[in-house]
Design a binder for this molecule. Structure first.
Ligand code: IPM
Ligand code: MG
Length: 362
């Protein structure tokens, strides 16, 4: 099969983790006889430096010609003083929006091989953590108008608008119910309906959409309670459906309780097979360029791509198995290494180990 993939490394640790992801993909392509075409493009700060915009037209056109996008991370201190519309983050928001990638799937689980690394009490993690955050990605307060910074009566004010229309809510709710059908058929919808009007509509529409999915269980939580329950007993959750801002926050929380934010991949999907795949962590400028980053979230994002965009289950599983095997043998990047039997490895060594195990596993 021909796999044409846009590679957007971005900033900070983005290029390092993306180089390891490419190694893994090349190993998959060799083992399963696929023809890989990789197209490299600029986004974020790297694009600002070269093209004076966080999402150049060339990048958009190149991505549109590909089947999927693999993205590293964007942002860093160098660009923090720029005005908001020129920031690296704006490139990421724009590409999600441009390709109408409204459903962001962020799976969080405790890898048995990493059970010692979770932040949870042993009796809590023993109940198991395997959940999927489905975050609305192209609406809500991230994109709502009006928004701005201005001076009113001599005082500075800043404001954003949290707004959803029913169609935006319905399509992401359907994505969550569909995802739940492939899992444990349980959806928890997270909102703030005790305070926010936008959340009251959210809840109403999610329940309407549920009428087509009666085989899936649906329950609601307020976001503050959800944040607490996620730490208190994450085993309650199968699919957690929520809005853009709440999902941003809850997915970081879900990731770190499982051990490291460096393990969590994501898929951003629209109506078709096209998707954007990226680790949920950021550009980690503090360790950039030192070959220390954990490339596994990026590598696992490539596995999600093989599954969702290309329907290649065995290939996706070969990456996941290789990651599990590498961890089982005790190899850890700095974010996960503990004393004892762990073997501390660099980002590039981790990439090589995973690629070797993909090749050996076939
Ligand atoms: C994420 C990130 C982004 C977001 C930033 C970098 C714009 O935090 O993907 O979770 O807020 O969506
Ligand atoms: Mg985030």
């Amino acid at each position: 099969m021909k796999l044409q993939i846009a590679i957007l490394p971005g900033d900070g640790i983005g290029p390092e983790i993306m180089a390891q992801t490419v190694k893994a993909l090349e190993a998959v392509a060799r083992a399963f006889h696929h023809e890989l075409t990789l197209c490299h493009g600029l986004i974020g700060g790297a694009a600002i430096d070269e093209k004076a915009t966080p999402l150049p037209m060339e990048t958009i056109d190149m991505c549109a010609a590909c089947d999927a996008i693999l993205l590293g991370a964007v942002g860093g201190p160098k660009w923090e003083t720029l005005e908001p519309s020129l920031r690296p983050e704006r490139g990421l928001l724009a590409i999600r929006s441009r390709f109408k990638l409204f459903a962001n799937l962020r799976p969080a689980r405790v890898w048995p091989e990493l059970a010692g690394a979770t932040l949870l009490r042993p009796d809590i993690s023993a109940r198991g953590v395997d959940l999927l955050v489905v975050r609305e990605l192209t609406g809500g307060i991230y994109f709502g108008k009006p928004s701005g910074l201005e001076t009113r009566d001599g005082r500075r004010v800043g404001y954003n608008t949290m707004i959803y229309d029913e169609d935006e809510i319905r399509r992401v709710a359907r994505a969550a119910f569909e995802a739940a059908r492939k899992r444990r058929r349980n959806v928890c919808s997270v909102d703030k309906a005790n305070v926010l009007d936008v959340s009251r509509l959210w809840r109403e529409v999610v329940h309407e959409a549920h009428s087509e999915y009666k085989d899936v269980e649906l329950w609601d939580l307020y976001v503050d309670n959800a944040a607490m329950q996620l730490v208190r007993d994450p085993s309650q959750f199968d699919v957690m459906l929520t809005s853009n801002l709440f999902g941003d926050i809850l997915s970081d929380e879900a990731s770190v309780i499982t051990g490291s934010i460096g393990m969590l991949p994501s898929a951003s999907l629209g109506e078709g097979a096209f998707g954007l795949y990226e680790p949920i962590h950021g550009s980690a400028p503090d360790i950039a360029g030192q070959d220390k980053a954990n490339p596994l979230a990026a590598i696992l994002s490539a596995a999600m791509m093989l599954l969702h965009t290309f329907g290649l289950e065995d290939e996706a599983r070969s990456i996941e198995n290789a990651v599990a095997q590498t961890l089982k043998e005790g190899y850890r990047t700095g974010d996960l290494a503990r004393a004892g039997n762990d073997v501390l490895v660099s980002c590039s060594e981790m990439g090589r180990l995973v690629a070797e195990r993909i090749t050996a596993g076939k």
